[in-house]
Design a protein. Structure first.
Lengths: 308, 339
């Protein structure tokens, strides 16, 4: 099927006078890993819950997998791992996955095979028959991921999937997300761990105070702050420094920052430095990290909203 | 169908994981075994498979009174006290947390994000909770059925009315626990609410019963009661006290919208049919049989009218309406809420 996996035209959620989502619109391409970023209380979980009918939005227009958002049958093609997922302690890992299989209508004869495969995939084969009460947080998250995949969903929503998981577990979860993408699934990840999202996401949106303040591909967004950095042997002479700064180039001691989209735009600066007899000891291309982008976007939004 | 079976199966697993379920089932088995150990011989009644003997002129082997006593022991004592009181209380303690746990943050999201409607999910979860009592009573009643057949030679299938009736009684209280549990998300409030409703309903039914006795049973039995002196006089004909009749009418009207937890179990006596008992022992109580005495026909008639004063509609119909209203409120909160 063509078209985006999720296309939100307008999504609004109010709790009394508080606006959790202030008319959000965004698009999630099929087969991509989409990262939804935002500070605590930005409305990330509210957005996912609205798409999955866990929360009833005040106003919602849009489509998910080609059907109107809220369509119950569509939820059979969706997987979900909630934030702070709580599974019944009396169940084994295998039973938790089988419960999700039953709820999404996976035929009984297929369930056992799928559960076995998923336990293997998430590295919980040896623990499948043990009660959840004996699991660590990381193990529960792995089982949570497995139950989200048991219906072979077209789109998987993961709300803070690495929350409380140790570094090794985080790497495993990242690999699992990459695996989901390789299988052609769309993965929607909510996270405040920007480094992790940057490593797996194709597209991101930054949410602040219920509004999308930035969205686009990771390359596109981090590319807006792209620049080249030149290091010289010794400081840049004052006369040349003045000339460079007047051209919008930043100079600080032996460090020169040139805003440029490609290397061709830097050549004139190199020529000027060489003409002045300055030795260049390093030249590198720099991009704005997702974290820098996130911080500047959120701070910008705060200032616009008149907040400190 | 697959989702429905999954939810019910999950409810069964939940029950299996509850210690109280096994404790209640264990006690049920003991009570049922004790029941099966009661027998009759030429002298009277025996206990613990013949280990203890009690002489009784009525309760002797082969006599219809003995068979009726055996059924009355089930309906008037075991069912009334064990199943309708202790087993229901234990079931409430065990199941009150089902909904507050189910709707807790991080737990409900997984179920709600599946292609199962909220109302269906709610109702299946609710019916899953009723399994606690339904299973207990079924196991218990099977033993009673076998014991009854063995002791009296009558394989009476009507004893299985106990399963739907006791489950229904539990469902009346469980509906209240579910409503308050869904509303407050608190197991403690759910329990308090259910027990409070149980208490109010019992108080209402006891009051109605007491007033009926004063207004109808006592005069119909030919007894005149002086409320000032406390004196009782037996007469051929006694006129009913209009004030007492009026009080009873008012009490019945007040009790009508409440769940009839006590009256439902009392009604079981009318549903469990025994050829001999229904013709010979109408109006005879368990205590009378145990003491080996029978009442005079007038009192027996009055007792029978007392036992049968409520219609099926009054007992079960009004209770079902109560349950439907409470359950609708709970379902409304469950379906409308953001989680």
């Amino acid at each position: 099927m063509d078209g985006p996996a999720v296309e939100i035209e307008y999504l609004k959620k109010r709790y009394g006078s508080f606006e959790a989502l202030a008319g959000v619109s965004l698009s999630v391409p099929r087969g991509s890993v989409f990262g939804l970023l935002g500070p605590n209380g930005a409305g990330k979980s509210t957005m996912i819950k609205s798409l999955l009918t866990i929360i009833r939005p005040t106003e919602c227009r849009g489509r998910m997998l080609g059907r109107p958002i809220g369509d119950r049958a569509t939820l059979g093609k969706v997987g979900y791992l909630p934030e702070h997922a709580r599974f019944a302690e009396y169940l084994t890992g295998r039973e938790v996955i089988a419960y999700s299989a039953g709820m999404t209508g996976v035929p009984v004869r297929e369930t056992r095979g799928r559960v076995d495969r998923l336990l293997e995939t998430v590295g919980m084969k040896a623990w499948g028959e043990k009660k959840l009460g004996t699991y660590s947080k990381g193990m529960r998250q792995r089982i949570g991921l497995a139950q989200a995949l048991v219906n072979e969903p077209e789109i998987v929503f993961l709300d803070e999937p690495t929350d409380g998981v140790d570094p090794e577990g985080r790497i495993d979860i990242r690999k699992m997300i990459e695996g989901m993408k390789a299988e052609g699934r769309t993965v929607f990840v909510n996270s405040h761990l920007l480094g992790e999202v940057e490593q797996v996401a194709d597209q991101v949106a930054i949410l602040s105070h219920g509004k999308v303040i930035r969205s686009g591909s990771v390359a596109e967004l981090t590319g807006t702050g792209k620049h080249f950095e030149i290091r010289t042997l010794g400081p840049v002479p004052p006369a040349l420094r003045e000339r460079l700064e007047s051209a919008g180039i930043q100079v600080a001691g032996d460090r020169i920052g040139v805003p440029a989209k490609d290397a061709g735009e830097v050549q004139s600066v190199i020529d000027a430095l060489r003409a002045a007899g300055i030795v260049i000891r390093e030249l590198k291309e720099s991009r704005q990290s997702l974290e820098e982008l996130f911080l500047s976007a959120v701070q910008g939004a705060r200032q616009e909203g008149g907040q400190p | 169908m697959r989702a429905a079976m999954t939810i019910l199966w999950d409810s069964f697993r939940l029950l299996q994981a509850k210690k109280l379920f096994w404790i209640a089932l264990g006690i049920s088995m003991l009570v049922a075994l004790f029941y099966a150990s009661i027998g009759f011989n030429e002298q009277g009644m025996t206990l613990f498979f013949g280990w203890k003997e009690f002489e009784n002129p009525l309760l002797r082997q082969g006599q219809p009174e003995a068979a009726a006593f055996y059924v009355l022991l089930f309906t008037d004592v075991i069912l009334k006290f064990w199943l309708a009181w202790i087993a229901v209380a234990l079931a409430l303690l065990s199941t009150a947390s089902i909904f507050p746990d189910f709707i807790a943050e991080g737990s409900i999201g997984i179920s709600l994000s599946k292609p199962v409607g909220r109302l269906r999910l709610f109702l299946l979860k609710y019916f899953g909770g009723l399994l606690f009592v339904a299973l207990q009573v079924t196991v218990f009643t099977v033993i009673v059925f076998l014991a009854l057949g063995w002791r009296t030679g009558e394989w009476n299938l009507t004893v299985f009315w106990a399963v739907p009736v006791v489950t229904f009684v539990f469902s009346l209280l469980y509906a209240v626990a579910v409503w308050i549990g869904v509303w407050t998300k608190s197991t403690l409030f759910a329990l308090l609410g259910a027990f409070l409703m149980w208490g109010v309903a019992l108080l209402g039914q006891w009051t109605e019963s007491f007033l009926y006795q004063a207004a109808h049973l006592v005069p119909e039995s030919g007894i005149e009661f002086d409320y000032r002196t406390g004196e009782q006089v037996e007469k051929d004909s006694v006129e009913k006290n209009s004030a007492a009749v009026s009080f009873h009418k008012t009490a019945k009207a007040v009790v009508t919208p409440l769940p009839k937890t006590r009256d439902c179990t009392t009604y079981l006596k009318r549903l469990i049919k025994m050829k001999e008992r229904d013709s010979l022992l109408a109006g005879v109580t368990f205590d009378m049989l145990l003491s080996g005495s029978l009442p005079d026909p007038r009192m027996a008639g009055a007792m029978k009218r007392n036992d049968e004063r409520h219609s099926f509609w009054y007992v079960f119909g009004t209770s079902a309406i109560f349950e439907a209203v409470v359950l609708s409120l709970a379902a409304w909160v469950f379906c409308r809420r953001d989680y």
